[in-house]
Design a protein around this ligand. Structure first.
Ligand code: MN
Length: 490
């Protein structure tokens, strides 16, 4: 079961090479209007304690009632992860004390989660793809939030998040570098967003990662791991793993041993620090929640959700390669975001797929990146970009002029076809006009003509001059042919 060790991923220590092993528990907030066991709103950014039902506040005698939408979302996510859906699952109480957990326990799933084993295929842009095994996905409640910096001597508690549904998605320890770990989270987030089961917004805490890191000599059994809690950005995940692997290697090479513990990542210092010694499952005194019956699903319910699943990124990527003739790389870039993929398809439909991909990836994405804009905020619509692709394809404008048209459409708006008409940007394909321009340049540069006859590569200089005098509107192929003909070079 041990995959061969890739030497490029090994970390050099003072006493030899080390392999880092990473597994992850991702907490993904379920996209739903109401909480997991109450009707209170899940809306983000509301006034503190304004979205709290009596259940969320753990008033005595209140009973949880499962939210069907959250169950649907968990099943849909399981299907998207090609995972086993367990028709029978059980909610347990995970007991611990926090001021922001008024029940004194979290309702979670322990031995019988709603989703079992699955997998995520992760694409690396600079290498082969690899598979991360999914161990399980279970539903559980989120806790509230303690706020310590609003008062000098008191802490505040906001229970708005208390009881919001989370999916805890547990991976197998299948990642071997920080790059792989970042790529896994990125891909998982893409899948969740395609499914619409979690918005993946890490800044708002909708997706948090607990990162398990251990190191070992290549080929040896797994080392003792440390868990870095609640890392909330993909960049920080990478930094935390790099730091933690180095820390553990340092200890081991000095003859020490790793204590299994929970650690925190400090983004300011780029370091992890000890938070508490790791608790074991038995510390939580798990037991089935007596307020909730086992959750039993019918196969038909699952099948129905399966038939209505959207096309997922892997399938879309394969289709883009097959239908539009894209390279796997370009297809991968486009499907990384569903809206980007949709935009591309709107441009590519009925047109040359490669030309469309080229314009979307290089010109549009490049420009959006520069301005820090999302595809949804693009000033150039798919319809406009499609028109530009058409204008090049039918020879109305050259690729160079097309960039100018794109700029005008970007900053001033308007139909590209009309922009070209109104501003006289049409490519000159009239041979007579091009010939006159070529003749003029040749007549003005007799010395260059002599040089070009001796050195035919100088013909390019004439082409450049003609393009300049025609404002870039002459058809470049026609100019090239005429220049060579007139100079008598090939
Ligand atoms: Mn959890």
């Amino acid at each position: 079961m041990n995959a061969p060790v890739d030497p490029k991923k090994l970390i050099k220590g003072a006493t030899g090479d080390w392999e880092v092993v990473v597994g992850m528990e991702i907490h993904a907030q379920v996209t739903s209007q109401a909480k997991l066991f109450s009707g209170a709103s899940t809306g983000f950014g509301a006034a503190p304690n304004s979205h709290v039902s009596l259940v969320d506040a753990a008033m005595p005698g209140m009973l949880p009632v499962i939210n069907l939408e959250c169950v649907r979302q968990a099943v849909r996510t399981g299907l998207g992860l090609k995972a086993q859906i367990n028709l029978r699952s059980i909610f347990d109480r995970k007991n611990y004390f926090y001021p922001d957990l008024p029940q004194g326990y979290q309702i979670s799933q322990y031995k019988h989660p709603i989703v079992g084993e699955g997998e995520v295929v992760v694409d690396m842009l600079d290498g082969p793809s690899f598979t991360v095994g999914i161990e399980r996905l279970h539903l559980e409640q989120d806790a509230g939030k303690s706020i310590h910096d609003l008062h000098p001597t008191m802490s505040y508690v906001d229970l708005n998040r208390s009881g919001v549904a989370l999916m805890e998605i547990v991976s197998k320890p299948d990642m071997r570098s920080s790059e792989e770990a970042k790529a896994y989270v990125t891909k998982l987030r893409t899948i969740l967003r395609y499914l619409g089961t979690c918005d993946g917004d890490m800044e708002k805490g909708s997706l948090r990662a607990d990162v398990n890191v251990s190191v070992r000599r290549p080929g040896e059994p797994l080392g003792t791991r440390c868990e870095i809690k609640n890392v909330n950005s993909i960049r920080f995940i990478g930094q935390a793993i790099e730091y933690e692997a180095r820390r553990q290697i340092g200890i081991l090479e000095d003859g020490g041993r790793i204590d299994q513990e929970t650690r925190l990542f400090d983004p300011g210092k780029g370091e992890t620090r000890s938070m508490r010694s790791k608790e074991e499952a038995h510390d939580y005194r798990y037991f089935p929640d007596p307020d909730l019956l086992p959750l039993e699903l019918e196969q038909g319910f699952v099948d129905d959700l399966a038939t209505r699943l959207p096309e997922l990124p892997d399938e879309k990527k394969a289709r883009f390669v097959a239908d539009y003739g894209l390279s796997p790389y370009d297809a991968g870039v486009l499907v990384a975001d569903r809206e980007q993929a949709d935009y591309f398809e709107a441009v590519a439909k009925g047109r040359d797929g490669k030309a469309a991909a080229n314009w979307v990836i290089n010109e549009l994405f490049g420009r959006l990146n520069k301005e820090g804009l999302d595809i949804a905020a693009s000033p150039v619509s798919a319809e406009q970009l499609g028109e530009i692709v058409d204008l090049i394809a039918d020879g109305t404008i050259s690729g160079k002029i097309a960039k100018d048209v794109f700029e005008i459409a970007w900053s001033e708006g308007g139909s590209p076809r009309r922009i070209v008409e109104e501003r006289g940007m049409k490519q000159v394909t009239d041979t007579g006009a091009i010939e006159a321009a070529v003749d003029a340049v040749i007549a003005a540069n007799p010395d260059k003509v002599e040089q070009a006859k001796a050195k035919p590569s100088l013909a390019g200089w004439f082409v450049g001059q003609v393009m300049k005098t025609t404002g870039g509107k002459a058809n470049p192929q026609a100019v090239n042919a005429l220049v060579k003909q007139k100079l008598g070079v090939e």
